[in-house]
Ligand binder design. Structure first.
Ligand code: ADP
Ligand code: MG
Ligand code: MG
Ligand code: MG
Length: 415
């Protein structure tokens, strides 16, 4: 039962006796075809194919894959991924891969193979749309935010869940450092396009107010335990076809601000939007695709707010803003006013997180393919600079945006 990393050669022999797998893949493990396809920063991911079907085997490594054995990372991230997947499946059914088997000691999860899905980042770099993307993500973020919070959950259960996820210390530590701190000083693991961006990077790092606000939101990340967040909801954690989207990879799950996931997502949409000159050469085609990306941004937020409102009226069964406080007021205007204030606060948090995410993806350790695949630094740097500047506008101006349309307008001005 001691942990051992799987290889394509050993996987069949080691997992071939597990019913949940043989039923899905096929009874004879010697006939399974195994490919390691992990392209993420942390884990092993195998596609296992047999006569009966195909499944994904994801296994944690005792270190950060991107960096190597010099950066140890505990195996229990598979535990948090497993528990997050079960909660997301309950809170927004059908949006995360089905789990077939979980082995805590081996830090592995066997799950549904999403096919022919590809990573949303790749879909966007190829200039391809996804029907209903904004709706799916808006609903996912609203349902997981609402149903994982004290607005909905029974407080005993919610507190127990906060306790469970509070052990995800090492992955939270990654976010606390790589997202909220490192980008804002000359940290060792940082990298940026140099010398082209040196000037603007110096400008950001001298911006006291920006650094203060980034730490305000790090404080929110550590202390505002409102709901179970996915924790890593960028466009590399979403798999799509032309008409469907699924969410994967919630190992960073933690209890945090309700605006965290949707904020990180908005930041990634905005970077895809700004990076487009590096991916679509034809100007008219690019403009049309960028318009679609902005529509997705608008729809994601609008659907989030609408779904959150639906749930506020239909599933407000937790300890917060209890209906009994407002019932004597006819159409519940006080409750509606409270809802508006809560959504307004989520929006502000989301914009700050979006801006911080844009900074860390240009300045920190983990960059994004939208920029990194633009090989010519002279072409890449001006686009990255736009992301840095729009990020700052969002962080510092977060409370001044009247709605998502003003964010979209700011993105157009930044482009
Ligand atoms: P990491 O935690 O290392 O980032 P991910 O969960 O993001 O790992 O998976 C890495 C890659 O493996 C994904 O980008 C995707 O290409 C593939 N992958 C992961 N889960 C699935 C799945 N359920 N179905 C199909 N492909 C998957
Ligand atoms: Mg991943
Ligand atoms: Mg990945
Ligand atoms: Mg991951």
């Amino acid at each position: 039962d001691t942990y051992e990393a799987l290889t394509p050669e050993t996987l069949g022999q080691r997992l071939g006796g597990i019913d949940a797998l043989t039923r899905r893949i096929g009874p004879d493990a010697t006939a399974w075809t195994v490919r390691e396809v992990g392209d993420g920063n942390l884990n092993l991911v195998f596609i296992v194919e047999g006569t009966a079907g195909t499944a994904i085997v994801k296994q944690a490594l005792p270190y950060v894959r991107l960096v190597g054995e010099s950066w140890p990372l505990p195996l229990n991230r598979a535990f948090f991924e497993y528990h997050a997947l079960t909660r997301q499946a309950a809170r927004d059914p059908g949006r995360v891969p089905e789990i077939y088997h979980y082995d805590e000691a081996q830090a592995l999860i066997v799950m549904e193979y999403l096919n022919p899905h590809i990573i949303l980042r790749q879909q966007m770099m190829a200039g391809r749309r996804v029907e209903g993307l904004g709706r799916t993500l808006g609903e996912f973020c609203a349902r997981t935010a609402f149903r994982g919070s004290d607005l909905c959950m029974q407080t005993r259960q919610k507190k127990a869940d906060v306790a469970l996820f509070s052990d995800n210390v090492d992955l939270c530590d990654i976010t606390e450092n790589l997202v909220f701190t490192d980008p804002y000083f000359d940290a060792e693991m940082n990298r940026h396009t140099s010398p082209q961006l040196d000037g603007v990077v110096a400008e950001l790092r001298q911006d006291q107010q920006l650094k203060i606000v980034a730490q305000h939101f790090k404080r929110a990340f550590t202390a505002k335990a409102e709901t179970m967040c996915h924790g890593d909801l960028h466009t590399g954690s979403i798999m799509v076809t032309d008409h469907e989207a699924k969410i994967i990879d919630p190992e960073f799950a933690f209890y945090g601000p309700m605006g965290f996931d949707i904020g990180m997502l908005l930041g990634n949409y905005l970077m895809a939007f700004l990076a487009m000159p590096g991916h679509i050469g034809d100007e008219a085609e690019r403009a049309a695709y960028q318009d679609w990306l902005l529509e997705v941004i608008g729809e994601t937020w609008t659907v989030f707010a609408a779904e959150f409102e639906n749930l506020w009226h239909s599933e407000r069964t937790g300890i917060l803003y209890p209906k009994t406080l407002y019932e004597d007021q006819g159409h519940h205007p006080a409750s509606d006013a409270a809802l508006r204030e809560v959504i307004g606060e989520i929006f502000i948090d989301a914009l700050a997180i979006a801006g911080i995410e844009m900074h860390r993806r240009v300045l920190g350790l983990a960059h994004i393919a939208e920029f990194d695949t633009i090989e010519d630094a002279e072409k890449r740097a001006p686009l990255e600079e736009k992301a840095l500047r729009l990020g700052r506008t969002l962080v510092l101006g977060r409370a001044g945006f009247a709605g998502i349309d003003q964010v979209i307008a700011a993105a157009r001005r930044a482009d």
